[in-house]
Design a protein around this ligand. Structure first.
Ligand code: FMN
Length: 184
């Protein structure tokens, strides 16, 4: 376990190949997510797994929204998302649900939701799958929420996570913990 945690990495789209978890593996992944620290048990996180036609249609929509917003970068956008469709066949959308609460602040709900994403990332890595984090800006968030039937108010899309099997190992040099830990 400690080795998995120490070696967790993201796998960029260029080194992923299409393959996604089996139903049993998904069960285990969501059980890992369910153990994320959740102050007040408010369940501030949600995940949507996109596969097959919905996966492809969502990416086609993203290409359209991004090209409309950044017309000068249209070629790059098309190239990037087409590569994503070639190298993966599944993408997970994670979002936070934050409700005003007298005891549990919005910030605490956001932190809880990010903890769930971390559990998700590590569970995927430990089963031999790779992903990386794609964030999207505010107005594309709204379009994507509408397209996927996500409540528009009180939600934020935390990230898009293309899932695949890494075609090669990836090791990363990590910061020395002396840089971020003090014992007093
Ligand atoms: C909140 C957050 C948002 C990110 N958004 C993007 C993104 O939009 N596009 C991208 O290529 N990488 C993005 N990344 C970075 C990668 O997914 C990856 O985490 C980063 O390259 C660090 O690599 P590592 O996870 O192997 O340490 C984001 C990372 C974080 C933590």
């Amino acid at each position: 376990m400690i080795e998995i945690l120490q070696n967790r990495v993201s796998y960029p789209i260029s080194i992923l190949s299409p393959n996604s978890p089996t139903n049993d593996e998904w069960d285990n992944i969501w059980k890992c997510v369910a153990s994320a620290p959740d102050y007040g048990a408010l369940l501030p996180y949600r995940f949507i797994v996109l596969k097959c036609d919905i996966f492809k249609n969502t990416i086609k929509q993203l290409i359209k929204w991004l090209s409309d917003k950044y017309p000068d970068s249209q070629d790059k956008i098309i190239k990037y998302w087409n590569q994503l469709m070639e190298n993966t066949d599944c993408m997970v959308i994670s979002y936070t649900v934050k409700k005003p609460n007298k005891i549990y602040s919005i910030k605490d709900q956001e932190y809880g939701a990010i903890s769930a994403v971390t559990q998700f990332y590590i569970a995927l890595n430990s089963l031999g799958y790779g992903t990386y984090w794609i964030s999207i800006d505010d107005n594309i968030q709204q379009s994507l929420k509408q397209c996927l039937g996500i409540e528009l108010e009180n939600t934020t899309i935390t990230g898009l996570f293309p899932i695949g099997t890494p075609i090669k190992e990836r090791k990363k040099k990590r910061p020395n913990y002396n840089k971020f830990v003090q014992y007093k």
